[in-house]
Design a protein around this ligand. Structure first.
Ligand code: ADP
Ligand code: MG
Length: 238
């Protein structure tokens, strides 16, 4: 399970309203991509969903349950960041297993999950290495693996490919798509890259200045943009 309902979510930082009333329904197993210009509120929305930031008003409902007061660790969510956020002093294996260890998961179960995730992400040869001994693409696969072992209901990706060069971006994107097919998990993915959005998404959410401009399938947005803004964003490759 991993359905998500966002109901009239607003978020202000001081006097500045960054999210101006977001309504969104995400079905279990869906791959939803958020696109929109820098500063439009994509990361803030992800952080509100994850519980890393409180909304000013509105509700976040996961599998029918209002999680507005549920702490991040209890929401069944795993987030992957642009900057990987790995511990430099820990091996790949221990980076992947740390969260589970802290949650009291038995060692044998941690090993079992790391085995599965490292096989899915082709990380088996690197389990005893440290992040400094890995390429950028490998580091991001470790960060994704760390999310996978937690078996979340919902994956949140915040521009996960932005720090990678072009070739690695394509490979890692394909791996994320494959992961989605295999896990059948719900995934929300932020990018400013039209190709990523068009190829990964079941549903694209176009954000602009804290509001949703349009929600629809890739071809729907491409063929029938609601306005000039959406047309400019989806229609013109960078
Ligand atoms: P995006 O991810 O779409 O680029 P963000 O969600 O990071 O946009 O930011 C949206 C707006 O909110 C920006 O104007 C940003 O400066 C502001 N903002 C984000 N986080 C904070 C914060 N902790 N305090 C104050 N302003 C913030
Ligand atoms: Mg951002």
């Amino acid at each position: 399970m991993g359905s998500l309902n966002i109901e009239n979510v607003k978020k202000a930082f001081g006097p500045v309203e960054v999210l101006k009333g977001i309504d969104l329904e995400v079905n279990d197993g869906e791959f939803v991509v958020f696109v929109g210009p820098s500063g439009c509120g994509k990361s803030t929305l992800l952080r509100v969903i994850a519980g890393l930031e409180d909304s000013t008003s509105g509700r976040v409902v996961i599998d029918g349950q209002d999680v507005s007061v549920t702490p991040p660790a209890k929401r069944g969510i795993a987030m992957v960041f642009q900057t990987y956020a790995l511990y430099p002093h820990l091996t790949v294996k221990n980076n992947m297993g740390l969260g589970l260890k802290q949650a009291g998961t038995p060692a044998a179960e941690i090993d079992r999950r790391i085995g599965i995730a490292s096989s899915m992400l082709s990380l088996e040869p690197y389990l005893e290495r440290r992040p400094a001994e890995l390429s950028g693409g490998q580091r991001q696969r470790v960060a994704i693996g760390r999310a996978v072992v937690r078996e979340p209901k919902l994956f949140l990706f915040d521009e996960p490919l932005s720090n990678l060069d072009a070739a690695l971006r394509v490979n890692t994107r394909l791996e994320i798509a494959q992961l989605h097919r295999r896990l059948k998990a719900t995934m929300i993915y932020v990018t400013h890259d039209q190709v990523e959005a068009m190829t990964l998404a079941d549903k694209i959410v176009v954000l602009n200045a804290g509001r949703i401009e349009q929600i629809g399938g890739p071809m729907e947005l491409y063929n029938s943009p609601a306005n000039e803004f959406v047309a400019g964003f989806i229609g013109s490759p960078k």
